[in-house]
Design a protein around this ligand. Sequence first.
Ligand code: GLU
Length: 462
Amino acid sequence: MKSRFAPSPTGFLHIGGARTALFAWLWAKKNKSNFVLRIEDTDKERSTQASVDAILDGLDWLCLDYDEGPFFQSDRYDRYNEVIQDLLSKGQAYYCDCSKERLEKMREIQIAKKEKPKYDGCCRHKSLKSGVIRFLNPDTGSVSFYDYVKGKVSIANSELDDLVISRSDGAPTYNLTVVVDDHDMNIECIIRGDDHINNTPKQINLYRVLGWSIPKFAHVPMILGSDGSRLSKRHGALNLLSYREEGFLPEALLNYLVRLGWSNGDQEIFSIDEMIELFELENINKSPASFNQEKLDWINQSYIKNISINQLVGHLGWHLNRLEINLENGPILNDLVEFLRERSKSLVDMAKSCEMFYEDFDGFDENQASKTFKTNSKEVLEDLLSQLSLVNDWSARNIHLAIESICESRGIGFGKVGQPFRLALSGDGKSGSIDKSAQFVGKERTLNRLKMAINWINIQNN
Ligand code: GLU
């Protein structure tokens, strides 16, 4: 018993592909069977190593581990040819040398007659020895199969084409390779996008003729944009790995993806273990799901708040590296992250917020400084400098008390002290609670930044 993910490496790993991979992975885990990764790289012109890397990197980021593979179809040409030769020798496949022009003309006539365009079988009995190779599809009867999402699907054989299984250059085509691989790799359940549902009856005919057992199928509806149109860039990123760059947690994305097209009552948040336990192919929605960026943001924030601190810090590391933040000089990261997680919208946001605690800066946001660092703020900043230099036990509570005593002695509100202090501390006025922030910035740095702010005001006044 196995399931598989079989992407073609012809671009980035699409968010819809990632969801298909997740469903197939969940099925394997739930059924305690193996999950196979197969890279379908028979299209030599469009397949790239960068795309293979993106698939491997994307699955790795999502922690969708595969038990077998990655297998590459390009390594299996001999096997495909063996099957093609077998079909030829049994008279179940034949060479066709119809010209492109003939095929096009035939198609035009069929369309004009409102017939479904298909090959007319002209070369079926010609006994040619070169050209493309077509599968001899049965003319009568029908193909029926049960799909876990769509229910019973039936199609008359008269509707199906004699499909090309080998191109004139000898390259096998998708419908042939997929059948050979799914059979050889013992795939019991094929979970894939419903853009392939029209291929399934053709593939079933191949299974039948080859005498192979037919796997189960689940064709998953597409993901649409929020307005019901085909998902495109204007609805959100299509590339899975952009979500890592934008600061999403993989756990949050998996949770979002599993809910996109599958449900278990009203439940929104699922741990991976719960997903595995509750996942049923039958509960995949029949209609396409709409991508909803706000909901994804909400789930991400919910994970940022609630996930274990070690997991959170682990994922944050990637973003801190990207910003080249040196963690050697500053607070203990886990403690800081515990403070920041409540108000961080994403990991990118959190990593940017970390910067002021580890890196010094040499100027203030000009716009804010000109509004906030007024002459009267200078006195407040000087008070802060002298009071805070006396604080020995550098805690948020003691910092808070120092601010309060300045407010009292000057008869001013907290904001009048808090605002210039916040700008002095952060450089851009962005920080959470001021006393906690100052605690994490540390005493020496806080005092230096206050001096810098006073200096800034002095320079302006001269
Ligand atoms: N390689 C195909 C694709 O990326 C998937 C084939 C399949 O799952 O059967 O669309």
